[in-house]
Design a binder for this molecule. Structure first.
Ligand SMILES: [Zn+2]
Length: 203
């Protein structure tokens, strides 16, 4: 299984209950993800990692409501509650998550652009470097889990499939935000990209 890696997306305090951008049940996936980590020799964590002046924060836009949309230079952008600010407890991994991965890839650290995907920023062009890392290590198959199914997980798995990786999503090790039908749209897009969706028991 040396050509396979487990990618764990954004299991951080701000995305878990009690956090600034809490995903319902976000903490429920920590224990199963820890169990999954035993099965994979190559494990990679992603960490949403924003500067305080990040443009995806609603409170950086005069009068803008959280979860409203703006037109950014690279396309539509949701304005989020302030979350995962660099160095804060909210940006830290959930305290029960096993954190001994080979690589932690941080994203969203440029103020002017958001980065949902582990592979590209939201302009869909600027690479994070993860694809090159995986290829240099001979990885061609990815198993992906984390938060949130319909945003950072969605963009990461679809980009991975487009980049030519064989991609499996473990659905019960993910939780969704589901904003205006975003979960249904995510599933449709993932299926269209050829992503395999399974349960942990079926893996
Ligand atoms: Zn973010």
């Amino acid at each position: 299984m040396s050509n396979q890696a487990l990618i764990i997306i954004d299991v951080q305090n701000d995305f878990c209950p009690g956090g600034a951008l809490a995903v319902a049940g976000g903490d429920e996936i920590v224990a199963p993800i820890n169990e999954l980590q035993d099965w994979f020799p190559i494990r990679i964590l992603t960490q949403d990692w924003h500067p305080a002046d990040h443009q995806s924060f609603a409170d950086n836009h005069e009068g803008a409501a959280p979860f409203s949309m703006i037109e950014a230079s690279y396309g539509p952008q949701v304005l989020w509650p302030r979350h995962c600010v660099q160095g804060t407890n909210g940006a830290a991994f959930h305290s029960d998550l096993r954190v001994d991965a080979d690589l932690i890839i941080r994203k969203g650290f440029r103020p002017e652009i958001d980065s949902y995907s582990a592979f590209f920023e939201n302009d869909h062009e600027t690479p994070t470097g993860l694809a090159g890392y995986l290829r240099e290590r001979g990885v061609d198959s990815l198993v992906m889990v984390g938060l949130a199914t319909d945003f950072c997980v969605r963009f990461s798995v679809v980009d991975a499939a487009k980049l030519g990786f064989d991609v499996t999503l473990v659905e019960d090790c993910c939780r969704a935000i589901d904003l205006d039908g975003s979960l249904a749209a995510a599933i449709e897009e993932m299926d269209g990209a050829g992503v395999r969706r399974v349960t942990m028991a079926a893996l």
